[in-house]
Design a protein around this ligand. Structure first.
Ligand SMILES: [Zn+2]
Length: 308
């Protein structure tokens, strides 16, 4: 083998090692987990708190470096659990803005002002840290945004960070998801063809069955996502029907007819005990591997043209 051929050989090896045969970028679960830890370092991010204000500024700044197509959608609302009138802010970050085929990928960035499911009564009125409920979905989207800025996606992506998701009264589902309700009644962008919401995906013991409302509105996308997860050996995804959960995907469908799938693990960590809306929703109960499973699925769903 001549020197030239050897060089060519190594160049080829070098090229192919950059990505899989389909050139699918790699989702860095450790960076995503750093985004989760970083959010928690701001403290609770419930509306009206210092953490809420400061983290929004940080999030806006982070995406200003990754995309020039950013919209802040402000709205007024009454925070049901406190009765206080507040200003909410949704953040919309667009990639491949020219593309007519678009998918919305959303998460809520706010956290809950109270710990109303905490077993310890003294904690009931304390805000949660929201490592899983708030930070996990946002962390996955922050890392996805980094990928989109480096590898332009093959169709348009609208990343949407919803505010005021967790302001509702327990047992009254429609008092939740205020930011996505406003967004879907006042679309600040061209209507996306479909959507995916990512929420509570940080659980160390991640199990993601199919959320029932999602299955009703978009069976085809549910099947595509869960069979792709199977193909990729992402064992957190279980092809069984789980709970019906009122989350940001519901207003998107009901108000704007955007068929949206909710990727969520509500049993945190299992059927018998739940850290949801308690003081135990902390990074120690989350893991990089869990964020990695969800991020890897989404990256493959977006970039792998052969998965269907
Ligand atoms: Zn919540």
């Amino acid at each position: 083998m001549s020197k030239l051929i050897l060089i060519l050989f190594f160049l080829l090896i070098g090229c192919s090692s950059k990505g899989s045969p389909n050139d699918i970028p790699v989702f860095d679960q450790n960076k995503a987990f750093d985004h989760l830890l970083n959010q928690c370092s701001f403290g609770p991010r419930n509306p009206g708190s210092v953490g809420h204000n400061n983290f929004f500024e940080y999030l806006h700044e982070y995406f200003s470096m990754l995309s020039s197509d950013i919209i802040i959608q402000e709205f007024n609302y009454n925070e049901h659990i406190t009765g206080i009138d507040r200003k909410g802010k949704n953040l919309i970050v667009q990639f491949n803005k020219e593309s007519k085929n678009r998918i919305l990928i959303g998460a809520h960035w706010d956290t809950r002002a109270i710990s109303d499911q905490d077993p310890n009564e003294e904690n009931l009125n304390i805000p949660i840290l929201g490592a899983n409920d708030g930070a996990s979905g946002t962390a996955v989207l922050m890392e996805l945004g980094f990928i989109f800025s480096n590898f332009p996606p093959p169709f348009g992506i609208d990343l949407v960070f919803f505010d005021a998701e967790d302001v509702g009264i327990n047992g009254e589902p429609t008092t939740f998801a205020v930011g996505s309700d406003y967004f879907s009644k006042n679309l600040p962008i061209r209507k996306p063809d479909s959507g995916i919401i990512v929420d509570m995906v940080g659980d160390k013991n991640l199990k993601i069955p199919i959320e029932r409302f999602s299955y009703q509105v978009d069976k085809k996308k549910v099947k595509e996502l869960w069979s792709l997860a199977d193909k990729l050996s992402l064992s957190a995804f279980e092809y069984t029907l789980g709970y019906e959960i009122y989350d940001d995907h519901v207003p998107l469908w009901e108000n704007a007819k955007i068929p949206t799938v909710n990727i969520i693990d509500f049993d945190y960590p299992n059927l018998f005990y739940n850290h949801w809306h308690t003081q135990n929703d902390i990074p120690e109960n989350c893991s990089p591997q869990s964020l990695g499973q969800v991020g890897t699925l989404l990256v493959n769903y977006i970039y792998d043209k052969n998965h269907k």
